[in-house]
Design a protein around this ligand. Structure first.
Ligand code: PLP
Length: 410
């Protein structure tokens, strides 16, 4: 007998990341600098401090208490926030599509509301095989099934595997929902190349001749691309070629863009050829928002608007310093990994580099062996994730060779 609903799965969340972080902290208390903590998925500076941009938080601190205290203007978010999110997310691209923006609690809210807006309980969502763990949990908690496509064919995007998943799902339901975390994929750091995006769009058009397809494009890390804002968003211009039967939901996160993880602010940007299709999604999302989180912190939205308008140049300048730092960190690790013949998934940009370990049983042994040697990482499906976003250069230096050495003995 239990008080929770009958269909509930009472297995507690196994948060492997937090468990490893706790171990790393305990080890550091004894062994200090000998410990390498490559687990933390937030941006840290070279002195091991969490980065919180001055160009974001100084203004946030000064916001009138009444703005912080008040409800947002609507369940879909404040109009100026919705407008500025659209401008920011599609910067430099001219999209010839109907759109709406729904404010959400972070990118998590945007992905989750997508699942429940587009799919009925019992249906199946298509996820990447190597991915952020929350997608699977969101599917599970919303009574959805999921199947996974292989991320890579060699070092390229595996469109063939995605096609197989679409065919399987299409055989049993009218709507196919695909999650694609790009650019700067978590955990591999891969970005689809221009041609891969073109091929994907033309495949979606082909596949949508006898069903509706929704592409959930999670762009949580887009603002840490090493390319310019326009270049990182250029792939969105291919959305103009999508057929009437394809909808895109872009999931945006202020958590990463503004280093404001705790302010719980993000957005779902819904795009499609037909206005009425976008309106349908908007109606459902507004009701779901009202029925779950109600509305998004007013001051978080106001602060985003101020940061990307009045304070834009100063903010971009401060953010760029850390993008450059991550480029330095990733280049160092990738170069040393190459020198040590340590196999990584193809990394382009983003917060993480992931070691390629197809065998999960061996991955578990190596993960433990690394911890035994004071190196703390995160196990992901078929790999081990190294958080270059939080590891100072000094700690990264020599790390690949050390890992290789431990791997050879494991
Ligand atoms: N998508 C990916 C791939 C992530 O890694 C994260 C956070 O770690 C998110 C979305 C959402 O983060 P938030 O809900 O804080 O915006």
């Amino acid at each position: 007998m239990s008080f929770v609903r009958k269909s509930a799965d009472l297995t507690p969340i196994v948060d492997t990341v937090f468990a490893v972080i706790a171990k790393a902290k305990k080890d550091a208390a004894v062994n200090g600098d000998a410990v390498v903590n490559a687990t933390i998925g937030s941006l840290y500076d070279e002195d091991n401090h969490l980065v919180a941009y001055d160009t974001v938080f100084n203004h946030y601190d000064a916001i009138d208490h009444r703005i912080k205290a008040s409800y947002a203007a609507s369940f879909t978010g404040n109009p100026d926030y919705r407008d500025q999110v659209y401008q920011w997310v599609t910067y430099g691209q001219k999209l010839d599509l109907a759109h709406t923006v729904i404010a959400t609690p972070g990118g998590s809210g945007a992905v989750s509301i997508g699942f429940t807006t587009f799919l009925d309980e019992g249906e199946t969502v298509i996820l990447p095989e190597i991915a952020w763990g929350s997608y699977a949990l969101m599917a599970h908690e919303n009574n959805l099934n999921y199947i996974t496509y292989k991320n890579f064919d060699g070092d390229s995007f595996n469109l063939e595997s995605l096609k197989e998943c679409v065919s399987t799902v299409k055989a049993k339901q009218d709507r196919v929902v695909i999650v694609l975390n790009d650019p700067c994929q978590n955990p591999t750091g891969y970005c689809l190349k221009e041609q891969e995006w073109k091929d994907l769009v033309s495949y979606l058009n082909e596949a949508s001749k006898d069903c509706d397809i929704i592409l959930i494009n999670d762009i949580a890390y887009i603002d840490y691309s090493y390319r310019s804002m326009e270049e990182a968003r250029h792939y969105m211009s291919y959305f103009n070629d999508l057929s009437d039967n394809v909808m895109v939901e872009i999931c945006f996160s202020c958590s990463k863009t503004l280093t404001s993880y705790g302010l719980r602010c993000g957005a779902a940007i819904v795009l499609a050829k037909k206005k009425e299709d976008v309106r349908d999604a908007e109606i459902i999302m507004e009701k779901k928002a009202r029925a779950t989180w109600s509305n998004i912190p007013n001051a978080a939205m106001a602060n985003f608007v101020w940061t990307v308008t009045e304070n834009r140049d100063a903010f971009l300048k401060e953010k760029q310093k850390y993008i450059d730092l991550m480029r330095q960190r990733s280049s160092l690790f990738i170069k040393e990994a190459k020198d040590a013949a340590l196999d990584c998934y193809p990394y382009d940009e983003g917060f993480f580099v992931t070691l390629r370990i197809p065998d999960n049983a061996y991955r578990n042994r190596l993960h433990q062996a690394l911890m035994d040697n004071h190196i703390y990482t995160v196990s992901v499906n078929h790999g081990i994730r190294i958080a270059i976003c939080s590891l100072p250069l000094a700690k990264l230096h020599g790390l690949a060779a050390k890992i290789k050495d431990i791997a050879e003995k494991t």
